[in-house]
Design a protein around this ligand. Sequence first.
Ligand code: S3P
Length: 440
Amino acid sequence: MTALRIVGPATALRGEVSVPGDKSISHRSVILGALAKGKTKISGFLAAADCRKTAQSLVAMGVKIDNLGQDDMVVHGVGLRGLCDSGEVLDLGNSGTGMRLLMGVLAGQNFTTTLTGDESLRRRPIDRIAIPLAQMGIKVTGQGERCTPPVTIYGGQPQAITYHTPMASAQVKSAVLLAGLYADGTTTVIEPGPSRDHTERMLAAFGAEITLDELQVSVVGSPELRGQEIVVPGDFSSAAFLLTAGLLAPDSQVTVRNVLLNPTRTGLLDILQRMGAEVEVANRRQVGGEERGDITASTSELVATEVGGDEIPRTLDEVPILALLATQAEGQTVIRDAAELRVKESDRLATTTKMLRAFGAQVEEQPDGLVITGPTRLHGATVNSYGDHRIAMTAAIAGLIVAGETVVEDTACIDTSFPGFIDLVGRLGGEISPNEAHND
Ligand code: S3P
């Protein structure tokens, strides 16, 4: 099992870096590229395990991809109805996004496909996709009550529906919209809150007819999707780890360039502002329908805040690192309405609590959130990632800012979303090394 060792505290973390491409946009770019006619050139593709699995699944279904899994790829689209039966079980590894989005696509095929994943993905609920697909007339079978993987999708002719999602989930919304590409007429998704909107933005760019009305999005079936050039911006969720190091280490200033600034993703920026953090955004620009810019974070004194409601889907993947920030903020930070975190790569309310407590943090787990009291002087600890990349990286950043030795166990998962994490921390002056005792 791989592990990392950090001896803190780091001071004077400084520099300008770029992070790898956005995970959500990378998945969608290769999927829509495959379903389009003509070539889709993708630069800045996240060449990490999760997105590679999605690309490999499409290759297994007959899509040709040049430079598969590199950050510059060309997808030779086969058209909406050009995929073929792979004849094998497709393995999406750790990727909930890959599995759930592909299920939408598979709903419209004239063949049956089984999808599986690693131990973590095989624990995650897929009923949230099976239920709307059943309403569209498509049968999905899985394991147990929550329809966990392996799941089998009996492709066919989806019927257009209007679906009210029970939770703000971009994966659910996207699966229904992708199945809607194969339906006659208009498929509509209405959400209880604003989940990330990359699917609808990218579908529109590829030529689909998309209508938006606040929390409602509709797609008209059988569009002619045309190949595009996509330049994937840096992943805000990855940048958040480096920016946190810049905020919490003394005498530091960290700039992450070319980061996605889509407002459905940047809830953490608003929260940081309320917490009194010194964070600046420069060079805001639109590229290919998504805003990007450079973010600079400097050492800051933080105050506690309350986070809930619509801000949660906009901060979803940043909650573990936000919890670390809150341990250093004056007062009680309350995070609520975040029960969705329990069905991520790990139960992130439980794993964030356990991990931060090992460092000496005051964290209380609530059914739908966390209460963190700060500031606390944290100390080095030996912690486990529970196989969750965001817990592993939050723990590594915690190790960097505290005094003493920290060992983070089970860290291979970092590669699912942020290859080069350790090198980039190193370029800012922070040292994270493989822990020889644990690496075999
Ligand atoms: C994602 C959606 C989010 C997020 C995940 C990526 C996506 O999950 O947690 O990391 O790319 O659609 P939800 O489906 O809960 O929004």
